[in-house]
Design a protein around this ligand. Structure first.
Ligand SMILES: O=c1[nH]c(=O)c2[nH]c(=O)[nH]c2[nH]1
Length: 303
C-alpha cells in the first residue's frame, strides 16, 4: 500500500508537577500544582516509517526536561512557563520545528484560619482549573489560548427561555423563571507573539486577563436577567474583549445542565409546579451544549 505520514506529533502527557516557593522574609510558602502535556513536531517521519529512532527525543526525556525547566524558571504565569517549554525544545533540537504545550493549573487556595491567611496550608476549592494551550512553530511565532475549565455555577432564578421555534417537534414550555446551571469552559486567544521575549514582555497581562475573565463570567452569570445561555455568554465575551486588548477572540462552551420540575399533584394534590415549584429533579443527560467564539469586528476567528 503506498502510504505517507500526513501529520505526526508525539510527546508526554499528564506530567504532574508541584513547585513550592519559600519566602524566607515573610515565612510564607506558595505552591503551584500543574499537569503538563508536551507534543513535538518536526522531521520525525522516519521514526514512524523506517523505525529510525535517531530522530526521537524520548518522551521520558521530555518529562525530565519539564522538571528541570520548572526548577530553573518561574512556573507562573502558566502562559510564560508554556512558552519557556516550547522555546526550549525548538531551540535545543534542530529537527524539531513545532511544540504544543498544554498546562492545567489546579487550585490550591490559601487557607484562612481564624480570619488570617495561613503561611503554608491550602484548600482544593473546587474542580476549576486554569488552562493554557500553546503552539509554537519555528518562524511562525507563538499562539496561546488561555482558559478556565470546570467552574460549576448555578442560579436559582433570573433566567428565562421563551419565544423559541415552536412547531410539531416542540414540547418544551415557555419559561420565564428557571434554574440555570453550567460548567464554565471559557477561553481567550491572544494575538500571536513573535517568540518567548514577546511573551515575557506581556507577563502582567496574563494574570490580569484570567482574573478579569473569571470575574466577568461570575458577575455576568449572577447579574444578567438571562434570556438564554446564548445571550448571556455573548455578554461575557464582549466584556472580556473590552478589558483585554491583547486578546483577539473569546470563546465559551457551556453545557445547559437542566433541572426539571416534578409534578406531584397525583399525591394529595401537592402543588410543585410553576410558582409553587420547590423540589426539582437535576438531570445528568442529555444536556444542552451552547458554544460561541466572539472576535473583534474585522477580525473573524479562524474556525
Ligand atoms: O438557553 C437556552 N438555549 C437554548 O438553545 C435552549 N434550548 C432548550 O431546550 N433550552 C434552552 N435554553
Amino acid at each position: 500500500m503506498p502510504a505517507q505520514v500526513s501529520y505526526a506529533r508525539y510527546g508526554k502527557d499528564n506530567v504532574r508537577v508541584y513547585k513550592v516557593h519559600r519566602d524566607e522574609a515573610s515565612r510564607t510558602q506558595t505552591v503551584v500544582e500543574m499537569t503538563v502535556r508536551v507534543l513535538l513536531e518536526g522531521d520525525i517521519e522516519t521514526s514512524y516509517t523506517e523505525a529510525d529512532n535517531s530522530v526521537v527525543v524520548a518522551t521520558d526525556s521530555m518529562k525530565n526536561t519539564i522538571y528541570i525547566l520548572a526548577k530553573q524558571h518561574p512556573v507562573t504565569p502558566p502562559e510564560l512557563f508554556a512558552s519557556i517549554i516550547s522555546n526550549h525544545f525548538i531551540t535545543t533540537y534542530k529537527h524539531i520545528h513545532g511544540a504544543h504545550v498544554k498546562i492545567i493549573t489546579h487550585r490550591w487556595t490559601r487557607l484562612s484560619i481564624d480570619g488570617k491567611p495561613h503561611p503554608h496550608s491550602f484548600l482544593r476549592d473546587g474542580t476549576e482549573t486554569r488552562n493554557v494551550e500553546l503552539l509554537e512553530r519555528e518562524g511562525q511565532g507563538v499562539s496561546i489560548r488561555s482558559g478556565i475549565v470546570g467552574l460549576t455555577v448555578l442560579k436559582s432564578t433570573g433566567s428565562a427561555f421563551h419565544s423559541f421555534v415552536r412547531d410539531e417537534y416542540t414540547t418544551l414550555p415557555e419559561t420565564y423563571d428557571r434554574i440555570l446551571s453550567t460548567d464554565v469552559n471559557a477561553g481567550w486567544t491572544w494575538k500571536r507573539f513573535a517568540g518567548l521575549s514577546e511573551v515575557k514582555a506581556s507577563i502582567p497581562a496574563f494574570d490580569a486577563a484570567w482574573e478579569a475573565a473569571r470575574n466577568i463570567t461570575l458577575k455576568t452569570f449572577a447579574e444578567d436577567e438571562s434570556a438564554s445561555v446564548q445571550n448571556t455568554m455573548y455578554k461575557m465575551c464582549e466584556q472580556i474583549l473590552g478589558v483585554a486588548p491583547l486578546v483577539d477572540n473569546v470563546d465559551y462552551s457551556l453545557p445547559n445542565k437542566h433541572y426539571f420540575e416534578i409534578d406531584l399533584s397525583w399525591h394529595k394534590g401537592l402543588k410543585n409546579t410553576g410558582k409553587d415549584a420547590e423540589v426539582y429533579a437535576p438531570q445528568t443527560n442529555p444536556n444542552g451544549l451552547i458554544q460561541v467564539t466572539v472576535s473583534r469586528q474585522g477580525k473573524p476567528a479562524k474556525l
